[in-house]
Design a protein around this ligand. Sequence first.
Ligand SMILES: *Cc1c(COP(=O)(O)O)cnc(C)c1O
Length: 424
Amino acid sequence: MRNDTKCIHAGYTPGNGEPRMIPIIESTTFKYESSQAMGDLFDLKASGYFYSRLQNPTCDMVAAKLAALEGGTAGMLTSSGQAANFFAVFNIANAGDHIVSSSAIYGGTFNLFQVTMKKMGIDFTFVAPDCTEEELNAAFKPNTKAVFGETIANPALTVLDIEKFVKAAHEHGVPFIIDNTFATPINCRPIEWGADIVTHSTTKYLDGHDSAVGGAIIDAGNFDWMAHKDKFPGLTTPDDSYHGIIYAEQFGKEGAFITKATAQLMRDFGSIPSPFSAYILNLGIESVSVRMKRHCENGQKIAEFLEAHDKVAWVNYPGLKSSRDYALAQKYMPNGTCGVVSFELKGGRQTAEDFMGHLKVAMIATHVADAHTCVLHPASSTHRQLTDQELEDCGVSPGMIRYSAGIEDVQDLIEDLEQALDQI
Ligand SMILES: *Cc1c(COP(=O)(O)O)cnc(C)c1O
């Protein structure tokens, strides 16, 4: 099946007389005939459901659909994108370990890494996405356990040179983890470029309707943990909390990462989405391939309109020929990138806030990447905690506006922008 078909059919195949839609199995627990049967599940000797904090059938069907869309071998849903990125890194890095990350990443992820995970004893080195191979290689340490990046950075819209990051990660014997939220598997499938682990904030385009916060992790199933046994003891040595199971042996390259993340991290942190949220997410995924085309068309037209307007200082959209990342976008996302456009008005920060107040169709919201057009001023909201230097490092200027084109008629969006620009 091609991706447009997988959006509808992957992850769940109804049998005779069964519901056509993924059913909502809103049950905490599952019944077994014997304590022995239940015990085998607890020992990971048998697979099955016993408690929805670890796994739930509705969530798993949606995770399987996402794994199919990304071309991975296993997937899991989490309660948010934050949980997905935390789990993806914490599943292989312990206190005393180190991660190399692109500096052009979502502000929430930056905070998670730089502040919270640092307190847990995990160190990060941030590298500019456009660094040279030498600079990238120089960031590695003997205790580096992974490399992290974002396909299209939120909100800087930097397009990552995926192959460059994959190459450096693999040369150092560690996996490359990529947050593919903005591109979605419709516009980019990082696994085809060598990525090992893909994460998502499904809250954005995948859900796409401002409805359910959620996240996902997908494993490509390609990374050979056993070939780097000493680096990843959590996957390659016995887990005492499961009677000495060795994940990489028992579940192989295809299943070890997600099984460990479920059996340990989900068990202990409990960041599971509700089956109902997973159902909502699935409704969104069914139409994501159709919606992405419209988001990209609208984003392109809005970027071109803004670029031609004399009150606009600059526009950044990877689909514009003037974008520094145009060539990378053409390479990795030939069918389009996303609907998010960033720009700055002449007059900077104060003008930005005035302008936003005049918009009528586009709503001011701490959100992005959904059906309803919205705008945000990152420096006074999502990125408020960052210093000016940190803002610059992740590609956010104080006057920058992030405009997320929805799927409305683009002429209405342009007229809305025109009337707001006329008032400043
Ligand atoms: C929003 C976002 C996140 C965080 O996701 P939540 O679902 O809000 O927890 C992570 N990465 C990217 C790229 C995002 O846009």
